[in-house]
Design a protein around this ligand. Structure first.
Ligand code: AMP
Length: 354
């Protein structure tokens, strides 16, 4: 079912991803309605309508559902049950959400698709954690099953003495323990899928992190990742098909010696795809809108020979005057106000011209 330009797109979550989706949607003649519990979410500056409501506010969601032609979400820590009121209007559907928001469900699902993840164990108590460490060997990374992002809700265990501290660090929440992957590099496969199975991929960025937060994404990726792309793309596509996913799906990989290993999936546009705004013929944001509205796919080739995207985290944003004066820098600021440590305040993309 095509949702024509002029229609209203609901976006659940009003962060920077919702903001960039709203800009792309406006370019195609859509109006966006953002729902977010915050007073001044970044997307509200650019969306036509904004509702301030909790994500589990059934009345607000019912009104929101009645006022939009199609709806999507920009982050996965949402109560899947409460979004059922959106029915078929929600793209991707609640299945993608429910699986991606729980690390144990996600890993089991990925393995069910015949795709590899790091060796892992479910951890519900300290006894499970001791058993996991003894099974997996050290080092191990303990991650909460839910609500973790940007390295939050994670604790590394490098010796037996770290076990109690790690369990306290994640406040004893339901978790998974993962064996440490010895990787040469990290990369992501970003794809968009249509209801009828059509799909497009972008060049895969190689990603480097600082303190558990994405720092830099560059395309084309280096040789270690490039050698694994055919297998990784096929794996990402199997996951997208099994989810019946509509819209952009991101699969983050470790390039291990033994081949690609999935770290995690995001059922949405992704920080490692921000370079596509200037670096690809169609951005991940526009393509997501095209896929959920059932417009034809846009071309995804690079516009130059490559691109790099650097995140502006916390105080990095104070570099804006220099970046604004740099003719090779595409500066994006998210309008977030206070530059707290670890907060994603903006990003800057540089395109390598032919
Ligand atoms: P995550 O929040 O799960 O994406 O983890 C953030 C970052 O921590 C990843 O991008 C990796 O750099 C690192 N990391 C997470 N899990 C593992 C693992 N099992 N082995 C090695 N490094 C990891």
């Amino acid at each position: 079912m095509t949702v024509p330009p002029g229609s209203t797109i609901g976006i659940i979550g009003g962060g920077q991803l919702g903001r960039m989706l709203s800009v792309a949607a406006a370019q195609l003649g859509y109006r966006c309605h953002v729902l977010d519990p915050q007073a001044h979410p970044p997307a509200a500056d650019v969306a036509a309508f904004a509702t301030r409501a909790r994500y589990d506010d059934a009345d607000a969601l019912r009104r929101f559902a009645a006022g939009v032609d199609v709806a999507t979400y920009e982050f996965e820590n949402l109560p899947a049950g409460a979004l059922d009121v959106l029915g078929d209007k929600l793209r991707p559907g609640t299945r993608s959400l429910a699986i991606a928001q729980d690390r144990a469900e996600e890993k089991a699902f990925i393995e069910g698709c015949g795709v590899r993840v790091a060796d892992w164990r479910k951890v519900d108590d300290i006894g499970d954690l001791r058993a996991a460490v003894s099974d997996l060997g050290l080092p191990v990374v303990l991650k909460t099953r839910r609500f973790g992002y940007d390295g939050k809700g994670q604790a590394w265990i490098r010796s037996e003495a770290d076990i109690d501290r790690a369990w306290t660090a994640i406040a004893g929440n339901p978790a998974v323990a993962e064996a440490a992957v010895d990787f040469a590099a990290e990369f992501s496969v970003i794809l968009a899928r249509w209801d009828d199975g059509r799909r497009t991929f972008w060049d895969s960025p190689e990603n480097t992190h600082r303190d558990g937060i994405l720092h830099l994404s560059s395309v084309p990726c280096g040789d270690a990742c490039a050698a694994q792309l055919p297998e990784a793309r096929a794996a990402a596509l199997r996951i997208a098909e099994a989810l019946g996913h509509i819209g952009v799906l991101t699969v983050e990989f470790f390039a291990a010696k033994s081949g690609p290993i999935v770290n995690e999936i995001a059922p949405r546009v992704h920080n490692s795809g921000h370079w596509t705004i200037e670096g690809a013929l169609t951005s991940q944001f526009e393509q997501h809108i095209r896929a959920i509205c059932d417009l034809p796919p846009g071309a995804t080739e690079l516009v130059g020979t490559g691109a790099s995207m650097e995140n502006l985290i916390g105080e990095d944003v104070n570099r804006w005057p220099d970046l604004a004066a740099d003719p090779g820098a595409h500066l994006h600021l998210y309008g977030k106000g206070e530059a707290r440590p670890g907060r994603k305040m903006g990003h800057v993309t540089r395109v390598k011209r032919r």
